[in-house]
Design a binder for this molecule. Structure first.
Ligand SMILES: Nc1nc2c(c(=O)[nH]1)N[C@H]1C(S)=C(S)[C@@H](COP(=O)(O)O)O[C@H]1N2
Ligand SMILES: [Mo]
Length: 440
C-alpha cells in the first residue's frame, strides 16, 4: 500500500512529465500550482514546460466541437461564436508578462497566508488571439456600460465560489487586451486555459481568465465574491501586519516595475577573483516598459547600469546582465533595481498589504554568507480529524504546511475561510488552532 502522500507525488510526477514540466517547484498538487525555477529567467520567451500554473480549480475538460463563447449582457445584440469563427477574425499577437498578484508572497514579513511563491509565479508569453474590443463592437456595447465580466468553464472546488472576475470597460476596449487561443505559437495548453483565455497585458494574472466561455457587459460594478473578497489592495498605505477591511481596499490592477536576480542565487558561494555574470529579468505594468536596471554590488552604496538584453516590447520582460568579479570570499550583497519609462523605481521597503500581493522590493542576493531564509518546515505528525474535515476538503495539506502563521493570524484565516464557505464547528475551533500553530 502506498500512502496518500506518496500517491499524490507519483500522480503529480506523471502529470508533470506528460506536460514536460520537469523542474517546476510544486506549490500545490491539487489544484495545480507550479512555480517556474530561477533558471526560467534566462529565457526571453518562457517555454510552456517552464511556465508557472496557478489554478483555483481542477482543469475543466473542454470539447471544442461543443465549445462556444457568448458575448452578452448590456449589448444591443448578444453573439455566440465558435472557435472556427474566432479564428476567421483578424488576429493579433502580443508578447507579455503574466504574473500572479501573489508572486513573491513568501518574502513578506510578517508572513502572509496564501501560496508561498518565491520569484517564479511569472512568465513571459507570446499570446495570439482576437481583440476583445472587436467582439464587443460586433455585439454593440450599450451606453452606460462600465465593466466586462469574464467567466470560464471551470467548476469551483469544495465549498468555494465560481471564479468570476471583471475588468473596467476602458481596459476591455484597449487594443492590447486579447482573447487568446495560442500561446508561444501553439494552441493554448489545457493548464493555461484551453481553448481561450483573457490576455490583459500589464495587469496581474487574476484578470487573465482561463477556459473562457462568457464575456458579459455590465452597467454596474460586479459585486461577486472574487471581486469583493480577493485580489484587493489597501487604498491608503498601511504598516506591516495591519488588518484592512475590504471596503478600504480596491481591486489589484496593474503590475509594478520589478526586477529579479536569477544568478547568483541568494546564499551562493562564489570564488574570489573569478568573474561571473550576474543576471535576471525585469518588467513593469501599465506605466510603460522597463527603461533601465541598475545594479549595486556594495549593498546599495553605489549603482551602475546593467546591460539589457532581449527584445524591447511594451509588455514583455527584459533580461539584464552585469559582469562582476568578487574581490574576496567575504559576504557581499548584490542588488538590482529597475526603473520604468514613467520614472517609477522599485522601493527598498515593501508596501504592506494583507494578502501579500505585488511584491516588488529591490531584488537582493547575499553571497558567501548563509542563506537568509530558512527552508520550509516538513510536518511529520499525524493529521487530526478536525483538520482533515475542515481544511482538507478544499486544500491539500502541502499548501497549509507552507504557511508560517501565528495563532492570531490563523484565527483570522479561519474567519476568512468561513467566509469562503468552510464549515468550522465552534467546538472544534480551538483544537484546530492548536494543531495549525504546530505546523509553522
Ligand atoms: N477560470 C480561471 N481563470 C484563471 C484562474 C482560475 O483559477 N480560473 N486563475 C487566475 C490566476 S490567479 C492567475 S495568476 C492566472 C495564472 O495563469 P496560468 O496558470 O496560465 O499561469 O490565471 C488566472 N485565470
Ligand atoms: Mo494569481
Amino acid at each position: 500500500m502506498i500512502s496518500r502522500r506518496e500517491f499524490l507525488s507519483v500522480a503529480a510526477a506523471a502529470l508533470l512529465s506528460q506536460q514536460n514540466r520537469v523542474d517546476m517547484i510544486i506549490r500545490s498538487v491539487r489544484p495545480e500550482d507550479l512555480e517556474m525555477p530561477p533558471a526560467g529567467f534566462d529565457d526571453f520567451i518562457t517555454p510552456i514546460g517552464r511556465f508557472f500554473v496557478r489554478s483555483h480549480v481542477l482543469v475543466p475538460k473542454v470539447d471544442l466541437s461543443q465549445w462556444r463563447l457568448n458575448v452578452e449582457g448590456h449589448v444591443s445584440k448578444g453573439i455566440t461564436v465558435s472557435m472556427d469563427e474566432l479564428r476567421r477574425m483578424p488576429s493579433f499577437e502580443i508578447i507579455g508578462v503574466l504574473e500572479c498578484a501573489g508572486n513573491g508572497r513568501s518574502f513578506y514579513d510578517p508572513p502572509v497566508a496564501g501560496l508561498q511563491w518565491a520569484n517564479g509565479a511569472v512568465g513571459n508569453g507570446r499570446w495570439r488571439g482576437v481583440r476583445l474590443r472587436d467582439l464587443l463592437e460586433r455585439a454593440g456595447v450599450k451606453d452606460g456600460a462600465v465593466e466586462v465580466l469574464f467567466d470560464g468553464a471551470d467548476v469551483p472546488l469544495g465549498t468555494m465560489q465560481d471564479f468570476q472576475r471583471s475588468i473596467p470597460l476602458k481596459k476591455a476596449l484597449d487594443a492590447n487586451t486579447l482573447l487568446a487561443y495560442e500561446m508561444n505559437g501553439a494552441p493554448l495548453p489545457t493548464q493555461h486555459g484551453f481553448p481561450l483565455r483573457a490576455v490583459v497585458p500589464g495587469w496581474a494574472g487574476d484578470s487573465w481568465t482561463k477556459w473562457m466561455t462568457s464575456v458579459r457587459v455590465l452597467d454596474q460594478e460586479f459585486g461577486g465574491f472574487w471581486m469583493k473578497n480577493a485580489y484587493l489592495y489597501p487604498k491608503q498605505k498601511v504598516g506591516p501586519g495591519t488588518v484592512v477591511p475590504p471596503d478600504a481596499m480596491a481591486p489589484v490592477t496593474s503590475l509594478r516595475v520589478k526586477s529579479v536576480i536569477s544568478f547568483p542565487e541568494n546564499g551562493a558561494r562564489l570564488q574570489p577573483g573569478k568573474r561571473i555574470v550576474a543576471r535576471g529579468a525585469a518588467w513593469s505594468g501599465d506605466a510603460g516598459p522597463v527603461a533601465a536596471v541598475d545594479v549595486s554590488v556594495d549593498g546599495g552604496r553605489t549603482w551602475k547600469p546593467a546591460s539589457l538584453r532581449g527584445q524591447a516590447t511594451n509588455f514583455g520582460w527584459r533580461l539584464w546582465e552585469y559582469p562582476w568579479t568578487p574581490p574576496d570570499d567575504g559576504p557581499h550583497t548584490l542588488l538590482a533595481r529597475a526603473r520604468d519609462m514613467k520614472g517609477n523605481v522599485q522601493p527598498s521597503m515593501p508596501d504592506w498589504n494583507p494578502s501579500g500581493y505585488l511584491w516588488n522590493v529591490v531584488a537582493r542576493a547575499d553571497v558567501n554568507s548563509p542563506a537568509t531564509r530558512p527552508a520550509l518546515p516538513q510536518s511529520t505528525t499525524e493529521r487530526p480529524a478536525v483538520f482533515r474535515e475542515t481544511c482538507l476538503v478544499c486544500h491539500q495539506d502541502d499548501v497549509i504546511r507552507q504557511q508560517r502563521l501565528t495563532r492570531e493570524q490563523w484565527d483570522r484565516e479561519l474567519n476568512k475561510m468561513a467566509g469562503w464557505g468552510a464549515r468550522i464547528r465552534g467546538e472544534d475551533r480551538s483544537a484546530l488552532l492548536d494543531y495549525l500553530v504546530t505546523i509553522r
